[in-house]
Design a protein around this ligand. Sequence first.
Ligand SMILES: Nc1nc2c(ncn2[C@@H]2O[C@H](COP(=O)(O)OP(=O)(O)OP(=O)(O)O)[C@@H](O)[C@H]2O)c(=O)[nH]1
Ligand SMILES: [Mg+2]
Ligand SMILES: [Zn+2]
Length: 361
Amino acid sequence: MNDTHGLSELGWSPHWQGLIALHAAAGRIAGRVIRGDRTSSLVATANGIVRAGTTARLLKADESHAALPVVGDWVALSVPDGDGAALIEAVLARRNAIVRSDAGRTAEVQALAANVDTVFVVHPIADEPNLRRLERELSVAWSSGATPVVVLTKSDLSADAEAAREAVASVAIGVEILTVNGLDGASVGGLLEHVAAGRTAILLGPSGAGKSTLINALLGEQRQATGGIREADGRGRHTTVARELVAIPGHGVIIDTPGLRAIGLTGDEDGIALAFPDIEALAPSCRFRDCRHGDEPDCAVRAAVEAGELDPERLASWHKLQRELQVAAVKTDARARAEEHRKGRIMGRVIKDYHKKSGRP
Ligand SMILES: Nc1nc2c(ncn2[C@@H]2O[C@H](COP(=O)(O)OP(=O)(O)OP(=O)(O)O)[C@@H](O)[C@H]2O)c(=O)[nH]1
Ligand SMILES: [Mg+2]
Ligand SMILES: [Zn+2]
């Protein structure tokens, strides 16, 4: 039996206890990945934090890299008695994951974090909130199965925080919006309601938005490095370099992340549907059930745009995300086919070999 005392503050529960049982019988111990780098992970176990590699078998089994251990994963570890390195032998089945497609070149699907309940979508309110980016992040959050919450930071620097908040509310439909000054511990308490003990939240948002500052405010100490903003363009300096899970005493855990330049969409259409409930609500009134709100006749969504009831930029944003999803799906298929082809070739060789040895043509 594993002594899992100490893991409960990271969210250990009977659910994970059930999943580790088989591995525990083989002498492996449970842990949660609290920081993931390219080659190894930091894993919190009941006996403290260890650095662990990943078994070659696990690396090999995962062509797409979508299932390799990431921050937030619960894993089964082998920890040798001597001075050998700890190894992640298995990743316990994820409840969910925040997944992005590495847009540009390869459309590789990449898990950013696993087993997440709340996604804080963090944007500075000081400059114009980037509504199109927000829609994208909300789609990614919803498609993971986690609940998004928008956090608008730097309220102290904003001339008209209320107007910015209203603009955000027009695209973050049905999503809670918190306005905070991350430098003032008293103003960030609202986040904790979404990070009850046993729960996991993640901070997503551009560099310089104040994600690490929020963690420090919640802890009441300068644990995370925070960075200045470049004078030239007001952007952040990519101060945080790795995704890292931080326990908030008396509450759950929050994953700090480096600001991503862009987050590519992948998965199914559900995330977009949840992020665009206004368009979803209109769609049943379109003439065609599978209307794409393009140039089909009697499109209720386009009619709403023409009537001034729906922002044309919002519909354009919806189209862009839908297209992106399709491109990602095609690339995923292409990758799957390439893998099939590779396996097919190996199989062909094996069969030829067999025929040669058995003397048949
Ligand atoms: N005035 C003000 N400054 C803030 C607030 N939140 C963050 N800052 C400042 O903004 C800068 C960037 O904050 P960080 O917390 O490092 O931003 P980040 O989102 O973690 O950025 P990356 O780690 O690069 O992704 C720092 O200089 C913070 O002090 C806020 O609410 N008000
Ligand atoms: Mg940071
Ligand atoms: Zn339509």
